[in-house]
Write a protein that binds this ligand. Structure first.
Ligand SMILES: [Zn+2]
Length: 334
């Protein structure tokens, strides 16, 4: 049995200590909003905190014992006092619906089965639709003693302000580079972990998922097609067709990263500050030909597309538009 498995990450020590202190003093907030970019381990932190709440023998630092009945139930994924709500698998809208929130909050389901804490996690919390969010709001307004709600999100601005104001926010930020690289060193095979970390915008868990030669090769090809389209050497509609099967969130994130790097290069940023420092030459050549204002406007368009990515019913059309706009953007004189 691996009792380390729900251990929070080293860069989360401060948040951990703060909440453990609150727990020891009996003032753990009834609702926590765990926010920060993806790839920092918010889910692991939530599991770790849940186990700490439920364990009967946690130590003075709040670390769960790993052997009591509660810890065993946690490891088997069947603790009756931990409920985890996500969008239904295969759901087209990707929403968390009111039925899921009602099931959590109805009758006695907010009370612990075992006489201790009850922990409810909602992830990603910004995927709750309007009805679901309103239903949760009622529960947040009348908290049940002993019940802790954990709302996880990388996009807190998409939550109802009334939900945000009823939760205590716990913010996670990328660790400093030295700490992240030390943690990454024996977890990735890439020759330059720093390049992975830059591409992951400093998020260590994301850097690990990017440590994939085939994925990085696809990214290289996509970037060169993107730059070629900027020189009118590709067809935007055909390219959109090729890219559509690819993970949309990741694609839009990369697209934004390329454009941000083009802007950074235009303003003379040194290559260590780039996301794509492994493609600096190709990006620099393109940057020299582009117009900063047009690039800024284009970046705004990518962000708009990113906000709609969860609910976008016609991804190919969106991509076609974005690529046609990119060709127009690259035709503007520098
Ligand atoms: Zn335990």
């Amino acid at each position: 049995m691996d009792e380390q498995r729900y251990q929070h990450f080293p860069w989360q020590n401060e948040q951990w200590r703060y909440l453990q202190q609150a727990m020891a003093q009996g003032r753990l907030p009834h609702a926590l909003l765990l926010t920060g970019p993806l790839g920092l381990g918010k889910e692991r932190f939530a599991l770790s905190l849940a186990q700490s709440c439920l364990c009967q023998n946690r130590d003075v630092s709040g670390r769960p014992c790993g052997v009591c009945r509660h810890c065993q139930l946690m490891y088997s994924g069947n603790h009756p006092d931990l409920q985890w709500v996500r969008p239904e698998e295969g759901s087209k809208s990707g929403e968390i619906k009111i039925e899921a929130i009602r099931a959590l909050t109805a009758g006695a389901s907010l009370t612990s089965h075992t006489g201790g804490h009850k922990v409810i996690a909602i992830q990603p919390a910004h995927r709750m639709n309007h009805a679901a969010a309103n239903s949760l709001l009622k529960t947040l307004e009348e908290p049940t003693p002993g019940t802790v709600m954990l709302l996880l999100t990388d996009q807190p601005a998409r939550l109802l302000p009334t939900i945000r104001s009823r939760c205590q926010q716990v913010l996670f930020q990328p660790p400093d580079k030295q700490q992240a690289l030390a943690w990454l060193s024996d977890r990735v095979t890439h020759a330059d972990p720093g390049a992975l970390l830059a591409l992951a915008n400093g998020a260590p868990l994301k850097a690990v998922t990017l440590d994939d030669a085939a994925l990085l090769a696809s990214r290289g090809e996509m970037l060169s097609d993107f730059l070629a389209l900027g020189e009118d050497r590709r067809d935007p509609v055909r390219l959109a067709g090729q890219w559509t099967p690819f993970d949309r969130s990741l694609l839009l994130e990369w697209l934004a990263g390329w454009v941000i790097d083009l802007l950074r290069l235009k303003s003379g940023a040194p290559s260590p500050q780039l996301f794509n420092r492994d493609h600096v030459q190709a990006l620099q050549m393109m940057a020299d030909k582009l117009n900063s204002r047009a690039l800024q406007r284009y970046l705004t368009r990518i962000y708009q597309a990113r906000r709609l990515v969860d609910s976008n019913l016609n991804p190919q059309l969106t991509l076609e538009k974005l690529l046609i706009e990119w060709r127009a953007c690259s035709r503007q004189a520098a």
